[in-house]
Ligand binder design. Structure first.
Ligand SMILES: O=C(O)[C@H]1O[C@H](OP(=O)(O)OP(=O)(O)OC[C@H]2O[C@@H](n3ccc(=O)[nH]c3=O)[C@H](O)[C@@H]2O)[C@H](O)[C@@H](O)[C@@H]1O
Length: 439
């Protein structure tokens, strides 16, 4: 195994950091007999390892390099077999007349869980797909999985880069829609593990689109873009017509790339594609890497919390959007999505291509978010005001939602105070008041 081969692997999902083979350096040791003995021992061990990974009993994912990566990084469990296939089909089966059969990627994620439950509740068939990576506490993802299982939703464990797995899922079930929410999220983490963003948000998205364009029928795809594509724009509120060519983070750049990639697949293959620019989504079962979530945890533990402010004491604000409003937006987008026009890789006519803002239309300063949390938790926060770091954050976001309102009646109804109250209630029931540890 050469180092260039390792370098060729596209990316690293989650917190996984690819380690260079320990053998590489040892090859360069002096040619003493001891070194030669060591060399041949490693060759032998290497052969055993190769045999192990190629053997059918260790089959978990496809043989592509990116899925090898997933196997190493995520210990993906095996898929396939009659029982597994039965679960896949049963979960995806439509239960009402005119219902949909929907593949939800990132189903164990925050938005994915809520959207999956909502679809299932109204009678759509829902199959989840998630790689359960450890970007944040996988136990929380497992709890969400249990929640979905109780609603009769099966989550296939696997990565969107696993071509064989995706093909298998589409062979087993003719999905009418894909809600694609699997992604490497978080704006600041992109500086720590940039390749995970390329792996999930670009390579993974392309893989998914390849499978969708080849399938017959082609599904309509609704997928998560981000408010971060507006980057350093200063004109507010942000409209879909505004420029999106000055991203402030690699995360934003990969989401913007996704929008361009969507254009290409729509243009060449007739895939119906709808991108949703989510604005700082929060609520019960949320993501522990987000500020409102870890602020809550740290306030309860008496730890200080860093509150960012812009130059000259400028306010940093977000158009925080409650999860139930986002779910309504996702379903509205799904219900108004037109069918893809191609089949089996061939375009038959022009197809729908859309991008919508899904925000709350009322930005709140981060310091006000903290005041609301203090009142709800009845604990005073230890605030440490810090300069907005230059690691991907933008100063403010503010959505113009008139396009989504016009197209499918999107109308957010939950203000930050009300939404955080529901979050805090969930947080306390899930974690207790700070004693039960969470990662
Ligand atoms: O709208 C979006 O598209 C994005 O929303 C969030 O990104 P962000 O708005 O940065 O959310 P948080 O990381 O929770 O930060 C919220 C606010 O708190 C501030 N903050 C964050 C962290 C911190 O230690 N202190 C602090 O004041 C940030 O500057 C920001 O204004 C999500 O994390 C992204 O995945 C998502 O794509």
């Amino acid at each position: 195994m050469s180092s260039s081969h390792m370098d060729n692997i596209p990316s690293t999902p989650g917190k996984f950091k690819m380690e260079k083979s320990p053998y590489i350096h040892r090859f360069r040791l002096h040619y003493s007999s001891l070194a030669k003995l060591t060399f041949w021992s490693f060759v032998f061990m290497g052969l055993i390892l190769v045999f192990f990974f190629k053997s059918p009993s260790s089959k978990s994912t496809s043989s592509s390099s990116s899925s090898d990566l997933s196997r190493r990084s995520l210990k993906t469990t095996s898929w396939g077999g009659p029982v597994w296939e039965k679960r896949v089909k049963s979960s995806a089966r439509i239960r009402t007349r005119n219902g949909f059969s929907v593949l939800v990627t990132g189903a164990a994620g925050f938005v994915g869980t809520h959207v999956s439950v909502a679809l299932k509740r109204r009678g759509d068939g829902v199959l989840g797909l998630d790689n359960f990576n450890d970007y944040y506490d996988p136990n929380l993802k497992r709890s969400r999985q249990s929640l979905l299982e109780r609603s009769g939703i099966f989550i296939v464990e696997g990565d969107i880069n696993d071509v064989a797995l995706l093909n298998k899922l589409f062979d087993l079930n003719p999905f009418t829609h894909v809600v694609h929410l699997a992604a490497q999220a978080g704006v600041r983490y992109a500086m720590e593990n940039p390749s995970s963003y390329v792996h999930s948000n670009i390579a993974g998205f392309v893989n998914l689109l390849e499978t969708c364009k080849n399938s017959n029928p082609q599904p309509a795809i609704i997928w998560a873009s981000s408010s971060s594509v507006y980057g350093l724009n200063t004109k507010v509120p942000f409209s879909e017509k505004d420029r999106t060519d000055q991203p402030a983070s690699l995360y934003a750049a990969t989401k913007k790339a996704g929008e361009e990639i969507a254009h290409t697949y729509n243009h060449i293959y007739g895939l119906s594609l709808t991108g949703l620019r989510f604005f700082t989504v929060y609520g019960p079962w949320g993501r522990p890497d987000m500020a409102y979530f870890f602020f809550t945890k740290d306030i309860l533990r008496g730890k200080s919390i860093p509150i960012f402010e812009a130059a000259n004491h400028g306010t940093v604000a977000r158009d925080f959007t409650y999860i139930d409003d986002i779910v309504k937006g996702c379903l509205g987008a799904l219900d108004t999505a037109e069918k893809s026009t191609g089949s089996g890789g061939k375009k038959r006519g022009p197809a729908q291509l859309r991008v919508f803002n899904l925000g709350n239309t009322s930005p709140v300063p981060v310091s006000d978010l903290v005041s609301i949390l203090e009142r709800l938790l009845k604990v005073k926060a230890k605030r440490v005001v810090m300069k907005l770091p230059r690691n991907g954050d933008v100063q403010f976001t503010h959505a113009n939602i008139s396009f989504a309102r016009r197209e499918f009646g999107y109308k957010p109804t939950t203000d930050l105070q009300t939404g955080l109250k529901k979050f805090v209630r969930w947080y306390l029931s899930y974690y207790g008041s700070g004693k039960k540890s969470e990662q």
